[in-house]
Design a protein around this ligand. Structure first.
Ligand code: FAD
Length: 417
């Protein structure tokens, strides 16, 4: 067998999803020699609900400042604009939440509070301009099989390449080779969800506003069934549930999804003329509810590899992008002055930024053990505009969301009743 030639890069990023590409975008002007590797070639599919909300929109604006062209968002077939979201409580009460004009500070090419965009298109939009970037080599069809940590470098071995680097950014998602090797050997199912996605055509939608729908059906708590509109009669439909509950209650998620679509008293009516465009596809969601270590000697973890998914909503694209940006900022602040043996400052930076929001989401997820509270909150919000406004602000503003777990919130809640 011929020995592979050793290539040298300053930084290797494994995985060109939202986390890896965002890190690359923020490092693009650094002059550092960067390899962005992915086992697939783009455009490629990724099992996901495809919903882009607050944090993802914020990060996209940061990427626009770095030169990303967002005109993609003006084509509804690529990124379908949504006005907000609908929660359906366990008893089926509906709560519509959408950004009020006074809160609407969105401008430029991202005018809506959210979008639904197939990952096939969205991830391709993020990666394709990087192919022409001077200092970034986008290397597709390169599956990393082995990572060897040496004293002064890291060796990354793909099927037909061997690369030496100073620093590794691991952005290879829920099945990250490095995270598995280090501390995800055995998944802690209390902090992990399983999800299924199935694209449909001709799902029935009512109402004027385009809203993403989260149905908190009692059998799948803490988890939900979703219908996300994609325009032209298309919808991303799916289900996500905490893995420990799936195991404890011996749930067959595919059977539950089929059952809801075919037999749920209200939802099945929406699927009477619908046509499934694929069989349900599954993937894991490593949740941020257990604070993981996100760095070590010569490496940083970002996105799903670092377990950063919101434990209540299952959103991970925004935090993947935030971690990619923060990892890049951390690297730039250290490059040239220090080595990368101890990177705990990155852990501090990342958890300092998003840890509070994720913990609040975890508390809300745990509140779902009391479905009657959820029903009651939805009922109060629908019958009292002041309470609706209060909850609406909390949904769109993560800082205000923290209040949901404070006694003051309930005091306001009762006063406004
Ligand atoms: C069913 C489901 C629904 C979801 N719905 C939503 C939603 O609506 N909104 C939302 O915000 N989040 C959602 N998420 C979460 C979201 O998909 C992830 O948080 C997000 O994709 C994380 O981005 P990432 O860049 O870290 O990883 P990924 O997007 O998984 O990208 C990782 C990349 O690494 C590559 N890779 C993997 N292994 C290797 C290897 N060994 N060598 C080289 N390359 C490799 C992969 O090909 C891939 O391109 C959902 C997840 C699931 C499973």
């Amino acid at each position: 067998m011929t020995e592979l030639a050793l290539e040298e890069f300053d930084i290797v990023i494994i995985g060109a999803g939202p986390a890896g590409t965002t890190a690359a975008w923020h490092l693009a002007e650094s002059g550092l020699k960067i390899a962005l590797l992915d086992k697939k070639s783009f455009p490629r599919d990724k099992v996901c609900g495809d919903a882009l909300s607050g944090n993802a929109i914020f990060e996209l604006k940061r990427l626009e400042e770095k030169g990303l062209n967002l005109s993609f968002f003006e084509e509804a077939v690529k990124a379908y604009p949504v006005d907000g979201l609908s929660f359906f409580s366990p008893k089926g009460h509906r709560l519509d939440l959408f950004i009020l004009d006074e809160q609407n500070v969105l401008e430029g090419k991202l005018k809506n509070p959210g979008y639904v965009s197939k990952r096939l298109d969205f991830d391709h939009m993020l990666v394709s301009p990087l192919r022409n970037s001077g200092n970034i080599a986008v290397i597709e069809n390169c599956e990393v099989k082995q990572i060897n940590f040496e004293r002064d470098n890291v060796e990354v071995v793909c099927t037909d390449r061997k690369i030496s680097t100073q620093l590794l950014i691991s952005a290879d998602g829920a099945n990250s080779i490095l995270a598995r090797k280090l501390w995800r050997e055995k998944i802690d199912r209390r902090h992990y969800s399983s999800g299924l996605r199935q694209y449909f055509r001709n799902v029935r939608f009512d109402g004027e506003k385009q809203l993403i729908e989260l149905h908190f059906i009692p059998e799948i708590l803490p988890g939900y069934f979703w219908i996300f509109p994609m325009g032209e009669g298309l919808a991303n439909v799916g289900i996500g549930m905490l893995s420990s509950e799936i195991e404890k209650r011996s749930i067959n998620l595919k059977a539950v999804l089929k059952d809801i679509i075919e037999r749920h008293p209200k939802l099945s009516l929406r699927f009477e003329e619908a046509e499934a465009l694929e069989s349900p596809k599954g993937f894991g969601l490593p949740l941020g509810s257990r604070k993981s270590k996100v760095s070590g000697d010569r490496f940083l973890l970002v996105g799903d590899a670092a377990s950063l998914i919101d434990p209540f909503t299952g959103e991970g694209i925004g935090y993947a992008m935030t971690s990619g940006r923060l990892a890049a900022q951390y690297v730039l602040s250290k490059w040239g002055d220090q080595d990368f043996h101890d990177n705990q400052a990155y852990d501090k930076m990342l958890w300092g930024k998003i840890g509070g929001e994720i913990q609040t989401a975890y508390r809300i997820q745990r509140l779902l053990r009391f479905p009657r509270v959820f029903d009651w909150v939805v009922h109060r919000a629908n019958s009292n505009p002041k309470i609706w406004k209060l909850i609406n602000r909390m949904v769109w503003n993560p800082t205000e969301r923290k209040g949901l777990y404070s006694p003051l919130f309930y005091l306001k809640f009762f006063r406004k009743s």
